[in-house]
Each structure stands twice: as C-alpha cells, then as structure tokens.
Write a protein that binds this ligand. Sequence first.
Ligand code: UDP
Ligand code: MG
Length: 315
Amino acid sequence: MITIIVPCFNEQESLPLFYEEAKKALTSIGQPYEMLFVNDGSRDGTLAVLRNLSEKDDKVRYVSFSRNFGKEAAMYAGFCHAKGDYVTIMDADLQHPPAMLEEMYLAIKDEGYDIVAARRVSRKGEPPIRSFFARCFYRLINKISNAEFVDGASDFRMFSRKAVDAILELQEYNRFSKGVFGWIGFQTKWIPYENVERVAGETSWSFWKLLLYSLEGIIAFSTAPLAIASVIGVIFCLLSFIGLIVIVVKTLIWGDPVAGYPTLACLLLLIGGSIQLSLGIIGQYLAKTYLETKRRPHYIISETNETVNIGGKQV
Ligand code: UDP
Ligand code: MG
C-alpha cells in the first residue's frame, strides 16, 4: 500500500484541487493507497474540507492538531500514522507534481532504492536574494555537518517501510527533516523536476522564518559553531599575549610616552563582542538541550476520522 502524507496549514482552496490530482495519479498506479492529511492547526476551513473528503472517500484519513505545531511536527505525525509500505510526503499546494508518484514508486519497488527524492533543478519564481542565501546555507552546512544536504532537495520524497522505521527512530524534539532524511542514509535516487507556482493560497514561509529554520538545521546537525567559538577565543588569547609582551618590552626600552585609549577601547569592544558571540552560540545549544530534555510530545491531536488512543481514551 502507498501512503501519501499531506501537511496542511490554511489550504482550503488548494485541498480539493490536490485531492483530485493525487487521486488521478494514484489510481493510474493501480496499487492500494491512502491519503493521510495532517491539519496543522489551520485557521481557515481546511478541517471542514477534510471532514468532507473523508466522508466521501474512505481512502482519506486525517489527523487534526490542536494548534499550529509547524510542518516538521506535521510530517512526523504523518510518519507515525502512515500504514503504507511506501510512504510519500507531499505539499498540499500542488508544487509537488503527483504525476511523479509512479516513477518514485517503481524506483523503490523495482530498482531497489529505499528513498526517492524530487530535486528542484531551478529556483524559478523565487526572489533572487532567497536563492542566494539558500545556496550559501547548503554550502556551509555540507562543510560542517556529517549528514548529506543536497541543494534543491525538496520534502517531496517516497520512502520504503525500512526508511520510515529509521526516521521514526529519531525522536528528537527539534526536528530538521532535511537533515534526518540525509542522516539515516540508504540508497537515494534523485529525480529532477521544475519548480511550479502554488495553485492557491500563499506560502507560509517568510524570509525571517526560513533564516531561523536554517539556523535550526545547523544547530541540529553540527557542533562546528561551538568549535569555531573556541577557536576564536584561542586566537584572541594568543594575540593579547603577544601584545602584552610587545608592550612590556617597549615600556622597558623607551618608557611609556602616550596612553593609547582609542586602541584600548577598540580592543575591549572586540574582545567583549567575541565573548558575547561565543556565549550566544553556547546558549543556542543549551536552549535546544533544554527543550529536548523536557520530552514534550511533538504534537497534540484534537480530532481524527478514526478511533485512536488519545491520552488512554478511545476517541
Ligand atoms: N505547512 C504546515 N505547517 C506550517 C506551514 C506549512 O503544515 O506551519 C504545510 C503547507 O500547508 C504546505 C507545506 O507545508 O502543504 C509547504 O508549505 P508552503 O507551500 O507554505 O511552503 P513553500 O512551498 O513555500 O516552501
Ligand atoms: Mg508550497
């Protein structure tokens, strides 16, 4: 069976279109399938649309969160609830063409891959400044992390059951799925595709949100910033030590003619700034550790169209 997981946040306009397209593509593959929609606390009519679809079609399942937990939590919930042997993640806005599903399915079934991922070959329709920062991010994170990050890799992927189980083993609270998918390894096939505009609604990712998300990725998959902070500290110590010797020698030979206040002020600022920077970096990791140790659930379900166990009660 094929499961497609669809995280939805304010997608009432795109959902009916998505449903039709996906249904067409899945029917043409000719395998049993289920569509698992995860309503991530939408504030529009998304939940009503999902209720409607699930009444009409028994292949439609949905899980609805009690508030917006973010796409990462939605994807994780999808993996937890998926019953299929082949599991895909797709956006509800049709930016991930359902026509590619068949090729992905065959690659896992016949070619022996465990992961098939779609890869955007162009960043058309994206602001140039965003593309620029995206490229910088990939170059940087590949240098400082063990997991493999591929530029243009989207969340549109199909996984074998083996890969899904591996993903579920990673229980971390601060999830960065692009890293998780790379970290678990397995043979991955990349299929190129052209970027398309979303069919309806608006993207929920602002530039600021993306920037914070990329920092999240770096902190979750690399400890290099900690090392960099220490290296900066060592360099400053060395410099000041050398400076000290030079000053002492100078004073002994020529006396102490003029006090260098501007230099002092600059040095103070520089050193203070670098300490602040290091503390900030340590603080980021500490904050993540703090959140991780609370072991909070990734999401809270308020409603589904099937009986599940919520807090020990059958709902
Ligand atoms: N999404 C979500 N929770 C969020 C934000 C987004 O479930 O907090 C879903 C959204 O409904 C869509 C997918 O994640 O199906 C991708 O979001 P979007 O299209 O806004 O991102 P973009 O394609 O612009 O990167
Ligand atoms: Mg989109």
